[in-house]
Design a protein around this ligand. Structure first.
Ligand code: 6PG
Length: 267
């Protein structure tokens, strides 16, 4: 039974630090149960801020990162190494600091690697299938991170765009993104929702409307974040500004976790 929670923190930095601490703890719990964890990262400033907090976290090196595979929910279709690529930003914030085999970083193709952007989407779908359990199209994602745009978009699934309604494909090309750059690759909503847990991380007053509509169960075609539902848990980690339009009874107000939540050793 999937449960939806809203956890509110005073400000953007304590939000990012708390999500980072929870991530390391959750990762240790996953690795106590299975040989490889599959994590889906997000682009955007909050996604990057959370990764920077993980990089700075005391418990970071207690994790056996060789047992973690990183995917992305979407990617800007830009040349490899472009500073605007989600992969570049995730590497800079965290991944390049970890003792992590390159094969564990599952980057989307860049322009030129395939004849078309649609072929690039198919190539990433094939990579997901290659890492999947027999007969499945993609791995079991233990945790998917998502940022949320002011219009309620998640990954590169934008309001009223075809991709947000698609239930057939695993990866799609978006060629008219209202958020630059226009060309992107994205997981579809069913694939995002196949995740055991989805954590949406939002900060700032410009997200209050989207969060309010999401929690009021708006139509996902209009507010894609409203269509997000992890198999076990869906948690919105937000700062006080983003929570401004959420009814108090839906909020769990938290202070940043204390060091009491140590990260168990998995190395
Ligand atoms: O490629 C991207 O831009 C992201 O995947 C996108 O979905 C992002 O997460 C949201 O736009 C929120 O971005 P912010 O956290 O910067 O507001």
């Amino acid at each position: 039974m999937s449960e939806r929670r809203v956890r509110v923190y005073d400000d953007k930095q304590s939000l990012a630090d708390a999500v980072a601490a929870r991530f390391l703890k959750r990762l240790a719990e996953v690795l106590a149960e299975k040989p490889m964890a599959h994590i889906v990262l997000t682009g955007g400033t909050m996604g990057e801020t959370v990764l920077a907090s993980v990089a700075a976290a005391k418990g970071r090196d207690k994790v056996d990162w060789s047992r973690v595979t990183f995917w992305w929910g979407d990617e800007r279709y830009l040349p490899s190494g472009d500073p605007e690529r989600n992969e570049t930003q995730s590497r800079r914030a965290l991944l390049d600091e970890l003792d992590l085999p390159g094969a564990n970083i599952k980057a989307y193709p860049a322009p030129g690697e395939h004849p078309t952007i649609e072929a690039a989407a198919d190539a990433y779908a094939a990579e997901l299938a290659a890492a999947a359990p027999a007969g499945e199209a993609y791995p079991v994602f233990d945790l998917t991170f998502l940022g949320v745009g002011p219009d309620g978009h998640v990954a590169s699934l934008f309001p009223d765009h075809e991709a947000v309604r698609d239930r057939e494909h695993v990866v799609l090309a978006e060629t008219a993104s209202p958020k630059p750059p226009p060309e992107r690759l994205t997981l579809t909503l069913p694939v995002i929702n196949s995740s055991e847990r989805v954590w949406l991380v939002l900060a700032g007053p410009d997200k209050a409307g989207a969060l309010g509509l999401t929690l009021a169960d708006a139509n996902p075609a209009d507010v894609p974040a409203a269509g997000v539902k992890g198999r076990m848990r869906t948690v919105f980690f937000v700062d006080a500004e983003a929570a401004a339009e959420v009814p108090e009874n839906l909020l769990t107000r938290e202070r940043f976790w204390t060091a009491a939540h140590e990260v168990p050793q998995t190395r």
